[in-house]
Design a protein around this ligand. Structure first.
Ligand SMILES: [Fe+2]
Ligand SMILES: [Fe+2]
Length: 152
């Protein structure tokens, strides 16, 4: 199995808020994959943190085309379902292994480096749209007769 740290490292997306949230989630995942406990408390904390983070990204997704937004939301739903399935395993007292945690970490790094980077870039480009240019200012430079004719 590819260990999460060999699958690549987390690359900053360029959004301060999203990167800070990614880094907190990665801390939780790193503790689990570095031999720390992977129990109900850790998985529940992860589930909450990830759900809050996905809510942050959902707000940013307004700039995405519908199909891309739906694909990204679907990826989030499926990841949360994987975490919640492990929460259920831990609740039943069954073991959750470091391999399970490793898989969660791999997905998280790959998703952050691809879909999230794309999202931040789309949001940045949307903010770069040129300002509306008012026709009034241009008309102000014309003779009064032309101006009135063009404005009417
Ligand atoms: Fe993210
Ligand atoms: Fe995402």
């Amino acid at each position: 199995m590819t260990h999460a740290t060999e699958g690549g490292s987390l690359i900053p997306t360029g959004s301060g808020v999203i990167d800070a949230e990614h880094s907190s989630i990665l801390d939780l995942l790193s503790a689990m994959t570095a031999g720390g406990p992977v129990g109900l408390a850790e998985l529940t904390a992860l589930s909450h943190e990830v759900a809050e983070h996905f809510a942050t990204e959902t707000v940013e997704m307004a700039v995405l085309a519908t199909d891309r937004r739906e694909r990204h939301e679907q990826a989030h739903r499926s990841y949360l379902a994987s975490i919640d399935a492990l929460v259920g395993t831990a609740e039943r007292g069954a073991p959750v292994t470091s391999d399970d945690a490793n898989r969660l970490m791999l997905w998280f790094i790959v998703h952050s480096n691809t879909a999230d980077t794309e999202l931040v870039e789309a949001a940045r480009r949307a903010g770069d749209e040129p300002p509306m240019i008012s026709m009034d200012e241009w008309l102000d430079g014309l003779d009064e007769a032309d101006r009135d004719a063009l404005r009417s």
